[in-house]
Design a binder for this molecule. Structure first.
Ligand SMILES: C[S@@+](CC[C@H](N)C(=O)[O-])C[C@H]1O[C@@H](n2cnc3c(N)ncnc32)[C@H](O)[C@@H]1O
Length: 220
């Protein structure tokens, strides 16, 4: 499964940024800025960007003064971010990361957790890597609880996403996978609970844009 997901991201990497902006009408960047702000004051702090993709979150965190390391298992996605920001990048699986315990003041993961075979393992890794008092922020498209948001999101995911995604990237099936992954994913509340289960002291959530995207902020 992981291998197939990696190949899919390698395939859509060249058009990933353009499609993000088109599909969300540019709103995705405001979600990313809010997620980075939720890490707290990161000036001069070490931040790990997990499932960093083309480094959009890394760039925002660097602009906020953080010392950022980015990690992702797709070489092509990381390569897509090379022109944006000059930071260390490490190719690795988010479920088994090659860093020492408590080596970061903050960890952020944007639109990545939903792709992992085992979300619990990914969260446990974030918990392991964040110093006491630090935070992990997970930004994602969680399975919406509200019926109306679920209906609107399902229509968008099943119709607009594969159509526009297919048109621009040439790979409609990749965008169908992304749509299905949202519908299969846990709710924000489930992920908050999972954060507590893996040892975070507390976890709170916040919805953006009618709950289309949300973040979970977990305190170590
Ligand atoms: C939807 S992209 C998000 C990229 C970026 N964080 C953003 O905000 O645009 C998801 C990323 O997660 C990565 N990914 C998925 N599963 C992974 C895993 N098991 N280990 C490491 N990276 C993974 C993919 O390669 C892809 O770059």
């Amino acid at each position: 499964m992981s291998r197939a997901v990696q190949q899919m991201f390698d395939g859509i990497a060249p058009t990933y940024d353009t499609l993000n902006r088109v599909l969300s009408l540019g709103i995705d960047q405001s979600w990313r800025r809010k997620a980075v702000a939720a890490l707290g004051d990161i000036h001069g702090r070490k931040v790990l960007d997990v499932c960093a993709g083309t480094l959009d979150l890394s760039l925002i965190a660097v602009d906020a003064g953080a010392e950022v390391i980015a990690t992702d298992f797709s070489h092509a996605m990381l390569a897509g971010g090379r022109g944006k920001v000059l930071i260390p990048v490490v190719r690795a699986d988010a479920q088994e990361l090659p860093f020492e315990d408590a080596s970061f003041d903050g960890v952020i993961c944007g639109f990545g957790l939903r792709n992992l075979d085992d979300a619990r393992a990914g969260l446990a890794e974030m918990r392991r890597l964040v110093k006491r008092g630090g935070r992990a922020v997970v930004l994602d498209f969680f399975r919406p609880r509200r019926t109306i948001t679920r209906a609107v999101q399902s229509l968008y995911n099943q119709r607009v996403l594969p159509f526009v995604g297919g048109l621009v990237s040439g790979d409609g099936s990749a965008y169908r996978y992304l749509a299905d992954s949202i519908e299969r994913f846990a709710s924000r509340e489930d992920i908050e609970q999972l954060c507590r289960d893996v040892g975070f002291q507390s976890a709170r959530g916040e919805d953006f844009t009618l709950g289309i995207a949300s973040m979970v902020v977990a305190q170590s």
